[in-house]
Design a binder for this molecule. Structure first.
Ligand code: SAH
Length: 349
């Protein structure tokens, strides 16, 4: 198994090379690619337009990745579905399907665990197991479509893990999911969220992919940010904000900032003023999120009154800020907690 090639992670060009190296006609690559990425089959036997002998040859050389539903929670309030998917090696990740008026949106994980160490986040508590492959990123979308019957219109990379800490596989995923012979998703309908790996933000800018970059900001001064987000020690706010301005200059794409409001840590009126000053009339959007309490940590979410005040103050100061609508509040274990429970760190589910 180990030495077989992960077929679903290959681009169409790579697949063509592989197929012609096997002595087959190049057009078969396009057929196989569509089986995988449009019809989303999980076995070679389902590729009925391929000769049986060739299918057997493929089976020898490649494997088709498959993830399985280990657990599924459905919100009784708004139909939000939270999946715990099991990967081939037994690792698990979370994926969330949300339904909006304009269509279905999915939040996918980029790594099994995380090594960024944000203090308010459940996904990082047990560190990083490993990064996901491109096919594992794709399969969260493909499996969720199959299981739910919904056509997914937009994707957010805001689940477990740091996407830019899995840069190569994430870029490969972006190319695959937007390929015309595959799902053909416009990357305008995809948001990628990062805690602020500045070097990678510059790499991504150069690709000019058209996606929306979300920056997890959460604080307006280095002292507070370094306390709650250790990544800030390596990439302080001045570097991060410069990277954001440069990203906009290079790509023309407006940045979205996430700001999780934590009582007494980052939600004072002075901090709202500091945030407006930091953004300094930048063409951007601020998403305010009352922090989801994680039971291993003492952080509390800001009161509704403080959230409203923070938002109004930003608006007054000319910053485009909205409070994120909460979906699936009845299944709303903070992101990463379902996975943690499943691996037995906190008892069984
Ligand atoms: N590593 C990436 C993406 C995954 S986290 C990043 O940091 O952006 C997705 C978003 O959820 C980030 O903005 C993250 O800071 C936020 N988040 C993590 N834990 C949270 C919690 N307990 N409450 C609210 N937001 C949280």
């Amino acid at each position: 198994m180990q030495d077989k090639i992960d077929l679903k992670s290959l681009t169409l060009e790579e697949l063509k090379e592989q197929i012609t190296a096997l002595g087959e006609k190049g057009f078969r690559a396009g057929q196989i690619y569509r089986w995988l990425h449009q019809r989303k089959v999980s076995s070679f036997d389902e590729m009925t337009d391929q000769p049986a002998a060739f299918r057997a040859q493929l089976e020898q050389r490649f494997y088709i990745n498959r993830i399985t539903v280990k657990k599924k929670l459905v919100s009784k309030i708004d139909g939000t579905v939270k999946y715990l998917y099991q990967l081939r090696d037994g690792n698990c990740v979370e994926t969330v399907l949300m339904q909006y008026k304009h269509g279905a949106s999915i939040c996918i994980s980029s790594q099994a665990g995380c090594r960024m160490g944000c203090q308010f986040c459940a996904s990082t508590l047990a560190g990083l197991e490993r990064s996901l492959t491109a096919s594992e990123l794709l399969d969260q979308v493909y499996m969720t479509e199959q299981d739910s019957g919904y056509k997914i219109d937009s994707i957010v990379m805001m689940g477990i893990g740091e996407p830019l800490d899995n840069y190569d596989n994430v870029v490969r995923f972006l190319r695959l999911i937007s390929s015309p012979e595959g799902m053909n998703l416009s990357l305008r309908h995809l948001s990628l969220s990062t805690c602020g790996l500045v070097d990678r933000i510059y790499d991504l800018a150069q690709l000019k992919l058209g996606l929306t970059l979300s920056i997890s900001l959460h604080a307006t001064d280095d002292e507070t940010r370094s306390k709650i987000m250790p990544v800030n020690k390596k990439y302080p706010l001045s570097d991060l904000m410069k990277a954001c301005r440069d990203y906009f200059a290079i790509t023309g794409r407006r940045i979205s900032f996430e700001y999780a409001l934590i009582e007494g840590v980052n939600d004072t009126p002075a901090q709202a003023t500091a945030l407006a000053k930091l953004l300094n009339h930048m063409n951007c959007h601020v998403n305010l999120i009352p922090v989801n309490p994680v039971k291993e940590r003492a952080y509390r979410r800001s009161t509704p009154a403080n959230v409203a005040r923070f938002q109004q103050q930003l608006t007054r100061l000319g910053v485009n800020a909205t409070v994120r609508r909460e979906l699936g509040s009845d299944i709303n274990a903070a992101c990463g907690q379902l996975r943690r429970e499943s691996v037995g760190k906190e008892g069984s589910i």
